[in-house]
Design a protein around this ligand. Structure first.
Ligand code: ADP
Ligand code: TPW
Ligand code: MG
Length: 580
């Protein structure tokens, strides 16, 4: 028995009593709250925890790097509204997982990072323990909440706090610091059982005020050119029917943010995706549903948004502090989306006049013209493939398989796929999110397959794929129905940069030409395909998605086809110093 426990009479256990320990209490606390899957990497001091969790019937999925386990946990949280669980070792493993925890928090995805840590006494005196690090202090500024558990009898409360912090209000990442000693602490099994709790109503409904709803509806009614922007917070909220009813009853054109695509189908008559520039510029009242006015929407101002002062915003969000973050929000509606839209719909009553004016006609005309232009390019069968011919093929496949989940990262590969591939169901598109981060691919693919049981198609730039590429072993090991298509254009953005000095090093954006990524998949027992034409690509992907066998298709794309940073090249600072 540990020294601390001896000092704590309430936790004292006689040797005849049945005992439990930190390992089992943590497993029981998670299971009691229906958290049955762990994404992680084993090692001191959590190896036995993973073993015991598996023995207790939990799904324990081992990755090759904690960042991808963490990204999987974050996506599990996004898809299920329950915190995804990531488990890591101390210091370096913790830091590897921390990137994913910070990314989850930035994206408003609920997850809990459980990391083993070394002994407090040694860490605090900085005496150089194995993998010593003050992990709690480092995690704190990077996540929504961070807690440390020192006593086995506090595990139940700690898990409850972590769950509530992760999923209530604006969801986010939570860190739980678990010093090695905690796992071996014992207490009476009966007292241990009594210390655990199942969290009641972890994400309570948050109703908007009647006044805020009225203000929003008055403003919407006054609009001549209204627009609805739907964000991934709306997809997360899982109130798909309410969102659809609100959009259709209002008659207002809508623009889905990237991961909100499919919440209403992209071919919906009110979709304004293909008239994005027009609606951002010309609209007069904009309704934000679970979306932020961050860089992805040019902060709600500037050239893209037309004349200064030409817009008024209604924003529906669970976080009151989001209001006025970038521009004035004339009508804030604070609450969970389902409650807010429910009250709004009720207040709109039976006589609401749907927006159906010259505005909607103009938007639809522009959209249809742009779609017709795009369709022409998508039919092309170039050799080598370019982004349009390859994505034209994948678009047909995704349309024919609406239940499949699309994972997407890269620069050009991301931007073209987002605008070309239509989605028709909610939460079927997972991508680089708020940070535009590379490396979410394989973690997201694993979680999507594990959490939903659906087929996954990961469309990856060759650079993007490299960040998490080793996890194809994980995909093969668990035999997950994941088909990866690597858009191989020999580099970051394109493969044509040259080193101006003529030195032997290639340019920093260029990779080994004609890399055979498909052979990596074959190394682990999956199927690898080298595809140089649209037809070969389509055949390979259809076969993979019919069979569910882990597959990597190396799709050879013209190395000249991409542009710098895809569609956000304008964010690159330019040197003003003249070259000699
Ligand atoms: P996108 O990148 O798609 O624009 P963001 O991640 O920027 O989306 O915004 C998501 C927003 O949704 C956040 O401001 C978050 O507070 C909000 N949100 C999350 N869950 C809910 C919910 N259940 N109800 C209302 N708003 C929510
Ligand atoms: C964690 C910077 C943005 S996009 C990208 C990088 C490295 C790769 C683009 O090349 P790819 O796509 O994937 O081959 P394509 O089709 O244009 O050729 N590190 C992190 N995140 C980001 N966003 C970067 C670096 C970056
Ligand atoms: Mg590339």
């Amino acid at each position: 028995m540990s020294a601390e426990l001896k000092e704590r009479p309430e936790a004292k256990a006689s040797t005849e009593e049945e005992l439990t320990d930190g390992f089992h209490l943590l497993i029981d606390a998670l299971k009691m709250n229906d958290l049955n899957t762990i994404y992680g990497v084993p090692g001191i001091p959590i190896t036995d925890f993973g073993r015991l969790a598996q023995a207790a019937g939990m799904r324990v999925l081992s990755f090759r790097h904690e960042q991808h386990a963490g990204n999987a946990a974050a996506i599990a949280g996004y898809l299920t509204k329950k915190p995804g669980i990531c488990l890591t070792v101390s210091a370096p493993g913790f830091l590897n997982g921390l990137t994913a925890l910070a990314n989850a928090t930035t994206n408003c995805f609920p997850m809990i990072l459980l990391s083993g840590s070394s002994e407090r006494e040694i860490v605090d005196l900085q005496q150089g323990d194995y993998e010593e690090m003050d992990q709690l202090a480092i995690a704190k500024p990077l996540c929504k909440a961070a807690f440390r558990v020192l006593h086995a009898e506090d595990i139940g409360i700690a898990v409850a706090r972590a769950i509530r912090a992760a999923v209530s209000g604006r969801p986010g990442g939570v860190y739980l610091d678990l010093p090695a000693k905690l796992f071996g602490q014992t207490m009476s099994a009966a007292a241990g059982k009594a210390s655990l709790l199942k969290v009641v109503d972890p994400a309570p409904q948050q109703l908007p005020s009647g006044e805020s709803v009225q203000r929003a509806l008055d403003l919407l009614k006054s609009a001549k050119k209204p627009l609805i922007i739907i964000g991934k917070g709306a997809a997360y909220a899982q109130c798909d029917d309410v969102v659809k009813t609100f959009v259709e009853k209002s008659g207002v054109p809508f623009l889905p943010m990237s991961m909100a695509k499919g919440l209403l189908p992209d071919n919906h008559p009110q979709s304004a995706s293909a008239a994005r520039s027009l609606v951002l510029k010309e609209s007069d009242v904009v309704v934000m549903l679970g979306a932020r006015l961050n860089w992805l929407l040019s902060h709600g101002k500037g050239k893209a948004w037309g004349e200064p002062g030409s817009k008024k915003f209604i924003q529906v969000d669970i976080d009151p502090r989001e209001m006025d973050s970038n521009v004035e929000i004339a009508a804030p509606v604070v609450g969970d989306l389902e409650s807010c839209l429910g009250v709004m719909l009720e207040s709109m009553g039976g006589n609401w006049q749907p927006s159906n004016s010259d505005w909607t006609k103009a938007v639809n005309q522009k959209r249809d013209a742009n779609i017709a232009k795009m369709d022409q390019r998508l039919g092309s069968d170039t050799s080598p493939m370019d982004f349009h011919s390859a994505l034209g093929a994948l678009r047909e496949i995704v349309t024919a398989r609406p239940d499949a989940i699309l994972v997407n990262e890269g620069a050009n590969t991301l931007d073209f796929a987002r605008s070309i591939i239509n989605m028709s169901k909610p939460r079927k598109r997972l991508d680089v999110g708020t940070w535009g981060i590379m490396g979410i691919g394989m973690g997201a693919a694993v979680a999507a397959a594990v959490e939903t049981g659906q087929q996954v198609l990961a469309v990856e730039g060759d650079s993007a794929f490299g960040f998490s590429g080793m996890e194809i072993e994980t995909i093969c090991r668990y035999n997950l129905p994941v088909c990866i298509v690597v858009f191989n254009n020999n580099g970051i953005y394109r493969g044509t940069d040259v080193n101006p000095t003529g030195d032997k090093d290639v340019a920093p954006t260029v990779f080994v030409k004609d890399s055979r990524y498909e052979k990596m998949m074959e190394a682990f027992g999956g199927v690898g395909v080298y595809a140089t034409s649209r037809d070969e690509l389509a055949k390979a992907v259809n076969k993979a998605m019919d069979s569910g066998v882990p597959t990597l298709v190396n799709a050879i794309i013209d190395e000249n086809a991409g542009t710098e940073s895809g569609r956000i090249g304008n964010l690159n600072p330019q040197s003003v110093v003249k070259k000699k």
